[in-house]
Structure formats: structure tokens, C-alpha cells
Design a protein around this ligand. Structure first.
Ligand SMILES: CC(C)(COP(=O)(O)OP(=O)(O)OC[C@H]1O[C@@H](n2cnc3c(N)ncnc32)[C@H](O)[C@@H]1OP(=O)(O)O)[C@@H](O)C(=O)NCCC(=O)NCCS
Length: 331
């Protein structure tokens, strides 16, 4: 049998902009209160960019940290896959801007639009390019500036989202600690429940689209909530079962950070105890494609992520998009 190449994460870096937007700040902007936000979402604060800062900046800073951790320069990277729904502009791809910022002269790459599943989708792509033998050093990034598409007069959405980015380097595995499996699903019938309708080819930017607030996030929170709880658990069960594991075998569950209640309900269905779950939504809010690397980094800083740990990642996002990954942590 041919020698099977497996892939691992060899380094991790994250970045959030310094400016904080707290629940108390939001109390002054819309009719809400800090306690409601905490109880219904688990969020205390989010980081927000200053004017003139785009997703490529956050992505570049996160990538630089991952490269520094690995002792690698940008020129050693062969490909960049970047999950985002808030690219600096429609084109060129933010991956191209990051490639230039990093001096990654030998790298190609592209953006992946899968909303809150963007990082998991980009990760699957990076892992497959390594497993196929096509590449040996791939940069996978999840980055979003959600504040650029949020209506800060809409209390139902403006309390949830924040800005942030994370990057990992994916390389061939050298031991038993590698990606075992991924599952992905798309359910396009859910597109109506969470979207930003303006600015695309269907509704190009015009005075009318601006007046109708079509360049902001629109969501049916309860529909998204129900779908997220069900699918986060189902995708996790599927990836665990087909690799011979149960929820109780997992050392660390790293869910997309959309709402603390979504995470706890999904974890409950999987039979997971709270000490196995990483939750940092209180600090960052929902940073869309940034949440999972930010959560991995929080786990590491808290000393809760060790080499060899069985890690389960799960996400649900607009689309709907669903993703789960099972791996043994390698760095
Ligand atoms: C958005 C979300 C937090 C709303 O929480 P909820 O418990 O479902 O709240 P509801 O929408 O049922 O609203 C309950 C009440 O709170 C009010 N409310 C909504 N936002 C509020 C806010 N920021 N502050 C205070 N009250 C608020 C509503 O107007 C409603 O009032 P009413 O009963 O007088 O009509 C929740 O639905 C959610 O998290 N959904 C998933 C969203 C998500 O994760 N999106 C990203 C997906 S990856």
C-alpha cells in the first residue's frame, strides 16, 4: 500500500484589534442591557477595528504570529486558504492581499466563503492539499471584520458579532498526531435565515440598497439557533462515530462561538462535561471565521490543550454550512 501522508497543525497564531466594544457601550447605542446580552448569548465584550482596518490586516497579523511560532518565513508557504465573508473587497481575494503582505512569493491561494464554517472549510482544503502530497506548508486562516456589515441600530444582531482572526500552519504529520476526519454539509434552503443581501450581483450597491439596509447582516435568530444546536451535535456525532469514538472520549470540544446556549445544548446532546468545552465567546463575541482558531488559542493559554489530545471541532454558519473535524493535537 502507498505510504499515506497525514496532516497536522504545526503552529497557531491569532489577532484581534485592540479596541473593545463592551455590553455597557452597547447599552448607550441601542435599547439593550448587559444582563440580557450575557444571559441570552454569553457575551461580555467584542473587539472592533478602527476605521480603515480591513480583514487582510487581521489575517496578516495572525499569520505572522503562526509563522513566528514555527520559525518560518512567508516565502516558505506554498498555499494560503482564507475563510471570510468580509473580504477587504469583492476582488482581489483577501488571500492574495495576505500573500503580498507576508512576502509569500511562492504561494497561491484563494478565499473560501462559508461564513461561520469558513475556518473549518479552509482547514479541510489545506489538509487535503497536504495529504495529497501537493503541498508541504499551507497557511489556513479564518478572519472577519463583522463590524463592517453590522447595523449598530439593530439590537438583535449588533450585540452578537466581533472582529478577529486566527491562522494555522498545516504540514505533513510526523507521528500519530494528525487530522483523522472531516464532515461537511450544506443546506442552501437555510440561506434566507442569515444573509447580507446587498452588494452582490443580484442587488448591486445603489442608493436604494443602502436605504433598505441591504449591506448589513439580516438574521432570523431563532431559526439559526435551532439549526445550529441540531447540526453542531449531528455533525460531531457523525465524525466521532465513524472513527470509533464517543463524545466522552474527546479531550477538548472546540465549537464555533455563536452563542453560549447553542454550545451548551450541543455539548449536552454529545454527553460532554463543561470542563471539556472551550468557551471564550464572553471575550470576543462571534467573530465568524475567526472563532475556532481563537478558541484553540484560548485553550492553549489556559493549559487545556496538550500534544496528543483528541480534539473535536464543530461549526454551523450561514448557508447553512456545517463542518466538523477530528484530530489529535500535534504542537
Ligand atoms: C439572536 C439571539 C441572541 C436572540 O435571543 P432569543 O432568546 O432567541 O431572543 P428572541 O429573538 O426570542 O427575542 C426575545 C426578546 O428579546 C428582545 N431582544 C432581542 N435582542 C435584544 C437585545 N439585544 N437586548 C434586549 N432585548 C433584545 C426581542 O425583541 C424579544 O422581545 P419581545 O419578546 O418583546 O418581542 C438568539 O436567537 C441567537 O443567538 N440566535 C442565533 C444567532 C447566531 O448564532 N447567529 C450566527 C450564526 S453562526
Amino acid at each position: 500500500m502507498a505510504n499515506l501522508v497525514r496532516a497536522k497543525i504545526s503552529a497557531l497564531g491569532t489577532y484581534v484589534p485592540p479596541r473593545l466594544l463592551t455590553n455597557e457601550d452597547l447599552e448607550k447605542m441601542v435599547e439593550t442591557n448587559s444582563q440580557w446580552i450575557m444571559e441570552r448569548t454569553g457575551i461580555k465584550q467584542r473587539h472592533i477595528v478602527d476605521k480603515g482596518v480591513g480583514t487582510s490586516h487581521l489575517a496578516t497579523e495572525a499569520a505572522k504570529k503562526a509563522l513566528a511560532e514555527r520559525g518560518m518565513s512567508g516565502s516558505e508557504i506554498e498555499a494560503i486558504f482564507l475563510g471570510t465573508v468580509t473580504p477587504d473587497m469583492s476582488f482581489p481575494a483577501t488571500a492574495c492581499l495576505v500573500q503580498n503582505n507576508l512576502g509569500a512569493k511562492g504561494a497561491w491561494g484563494y478565499d473560501i466563503s462559508a461564513a461561520c464554517s469558513g475556518f473549518v472549510y479552509a482547514l479541510q482544503t489545506g489538509v487535503k492539499f497536504v495529504e495529497s502530497g501537493a503541498h508541504k506548508r499551507v497557511l489556513v486562516i479564518g478572519a472577519d471584520v463583522m463590524s463592517s456589515i453590522i447595523d449598530y441600530t439593530d439590537r438583535a444582531t449588533c450585540v452578537i458579532f466581533g472582529d478577529g482572526a486566527g491562522a494555522v500552519i498545516v504540514e505533513p504529520a510526523t507521528d500519530e498526531n494528525y487530522f483523522m476526519d472531516f464532515v461537511h454539509e450544506v443546506d442552501g434552503s437555510g440561506g434566507c435565515f442569515l444573509n447580507m443581501p446587498g452588494g452582490g450581483s443580484l442587488h448591486p450597491a445603489s442608493h436604494e440598497t443602502v436605504d433598505k439596509k441591504m449591506h448589513f447582516v439580516h438574521q432570523d435568530g431563532q431559526q439559526v439557533f435551532k439549526y445550529a444546536v441540531r447540526k453542531m451535535a449531528e455533525a460531531s456525532e457523525r465524525v466521532l462515530e465513524r472513527n470509533g469514538f464517543k463524545g466522552t472520549d474527546v479531550d477538548l470540544f472546540v465549537p464555533h462561538q455563536a452563542n453560549k446556549r447553542i454550545i451548551m445544548s450541543a455539548a449536552d446532546r454529545l454527553g460532554m462535561k463543561e470542563d471539556k468545552i472551550i468557551i471564550n465567546i464572553d471575550m470576543f463575541g462571534n467573530t465568524t471565521a475567526g472563532t475556532i482558531p481563537l478558541a484553540l488559542d484560548s485553550a492553549r493559554q489556559q493549559g487545556r490543550l496538550k500534544k496528543g489530545d483528541l480534539v473535536l471541532i464543530a461549526s454551523v454558519g450561514a448557508g447553512f454550512t456545517v463542518g466538523a473535524a477530528l484530530l489529535r493535537w500535534a504542537c
